[in-house]
Design a protein. Structure first.
Length: 142
């Protein structure tokens, strides 16, 4: 079984953000940290080289694959900011319809800049995602 590549590291979150080339993405990233911290109650931690995660939980799939992952988080990528939110929410599509300009994948929502989206809807989505993960994995979510 392959090892999970995205693991909790001791890298400094502020150093990572300060090295993001795009000034707007740096500002948006610092604002996102405050939003995620206030909703999750967790301090930001680096997961792998580029994901800023909040909290963690241990998962185990029926296939036997298991590992640790952040409860929620984001990554200021070159093209867009990736927001890591669970895809299983019953309210996901409705919330996405109110979010503003974005693209979405299975477990990520991509935004170019925070000015393009409704921050209240983003907060609703983050809170919903945290509630979902902590309900699925109550014994390991911390």
């Amino acid at each position: 079984m392959a090892d999970t590549k995205t693991t909790w590291t001791d890298a400094d979150v502020n150093d990572f953000i300060n090295n993001v080339d795009n000034e707007l993405k740096r500002r948006d990233s610092f604002e996102l940290i405050e939003i995620f911290k206030s909703l999750s109650g967790f301090e930001p931690k680096m997961w792998g080289p580029s994901i800023i995660g909040f909290g963690k939980y241990h998962y185990k799939y029926a296939s036997g694959h298991e590992g640790d992952a952040p409860i929620t988080g984001f990554s200021p990528r070159k093209d867009a900011i990736a927001l890591y939110l669970v895809p299983e929410s019953e309210k996901r599509e409705e919330m996405l319809s109110r979010l503003g300009k974005h693209k979405s994948g299975k477990s990520c929502v991509y935004v170019k800049k925070l000015a393009d989206i409704d921050r209240d809807v983003l907060k609703e989505m983050i809170a919903d995602s945290i509630a979902h993960i902590t309900t699925l994995y109550p014994e390991t979510a911390k």
